[in-house]
Write a protein that binds this ligand. Structure first.
Ligand code: NAI
Length: 278
């Protein structure tokens, strides 16, 4: 299997790593060499940890040896499946898929790891809507079991089947759903995170208290504000905007505090500060 990943950030790096661990030949692309270097360093660290714990098949060098890092989109020409994991912005993703539709071999499948952007409109941009699908991994990719597989309006059964098989080969559990704003995972998760942010804004409780109440009270592995910091507040805001616009109801309105923190550059873990400091 020739597997392509676009974007070497939090998600792209993890997807590339897991694909290489399962024996796929992987190409990862990003816009700048420094982003590729950063992505590679994260993968190296994660592989070393897995190796130490005896949870890696083969050596870290063997797995890394299956990943090609590149800045050229033309390296995707021979890929069977290409998963996009770049910034959560519809116009930028659509422009990328217009280019990929011209580059990747005609029977290659194009997939998006988007958290919320309509699969059907990205599929149209790609020019190959039958061979387009949502392949939504969870963060951190090497540890999380689920892949939400999202069928666009025209996705073929064959495409869904191939992507489901690839996800299983990567040791994941794929679950299918249809293309509605936020799909299933983020339509249900994000309003909860947004409400936790609203509680901070209204002074209902301190962030630590909100997280502790939800962790201990609901048996969640981490509190909603810790999780929002982990996902990235810019990504959370982008998803809330898609839900608000796509579903119309004001219950999906992004918290003004969320908006303000993103404006201030407080993006969570990746910027060093969000609801907590890192
Ligand atoms: P990130 O900010 O860590 O990484 C994005 C990467 O894409 C960066 O390295 C950036 O340089 C690169 N990039 C941007 N534009 C590009 C282009 N035109 N061509 C090639 N590379 C480009 O973001 P993250 O968190 O990895 O998110 C990526 C996607 O995954 C988004 O669509 C997000 O909604 C989705 N997602 C995020 C999750 C999370 O917990 N952060 C969970 C599941 C999905």
């Amino acid at each position: 299997m020739n597997f392509g990943v676009i974007g070497a950030g939090q998600m792209g790096g993890g997807i590339a790593q897991v694909a290489a661990q399962s024996g796929f030949s992987v190409v990862v692309q990003d816009v700048k060499q420094e982003f590729l270097d950063r992505g590679r360093a994260v993968i190296e660290k994660s592989l070393a940890k897995l190796h130490e714990k005896g949870r890696l098949t083969g050596t870290p060098e063997e797995v890394l040896g299956r990943i090609k890092f590149t800045t050229e989109l033309s390296d995707f020409a021979d890929c069977d499946i290409v998963v996009e994991a770049i910034v959560e912005n519809e116009a930028i993703k659509a422009q990328l898929f217009r280019q990929l539709g011209e580059i990747v071999k005609p029977d290659g499948i194009l997939a998006s790891n988007t958290s919320s952007i309509p699969i059907t409109s990205l599929a149209t941009a790609s020019g190959r809507p039958e061979r387009f699908i949502g392949m939504h991994f969870m963060n951190p990719v090497p540890l999380m079991q689920l892949v939400e597989v999202i069928r666009g309006y025209s996705t073929s059964d064959e495409t869904a089947q191939k992507v489901t098989e690839a996800a299983r080969a990567m040791g994941k559990t794929p679950v299918e759903c249809n293309d509605f704003p936020g799909f299933v995972s983020n339509r249900i998760l994000m309003p909860m995170l947004n409400e936790a942010i609203q509680c901070v804004m209204e002074g209902v409780a301190e962030p630590e208290a909100i997280d502790q109440i939800m962790k201990l009270g609901m048996n969640h592995p981490m509190g909603p504000l810790t999780l929002a910091d982990f996902i990235g507040l810019d990504t959370c805001l982008a998803i809330m905007e898609v839900l608000h616009q796509g579903l119309g109801d004001d219950k999906y309105r992004p918290s003004p505090l969320l908006r303000k923190m993103v404006q201030a550059g407080l993006l969570g873990r990746k910027s060093g500060r969000g609801f907590y400091s890192y």
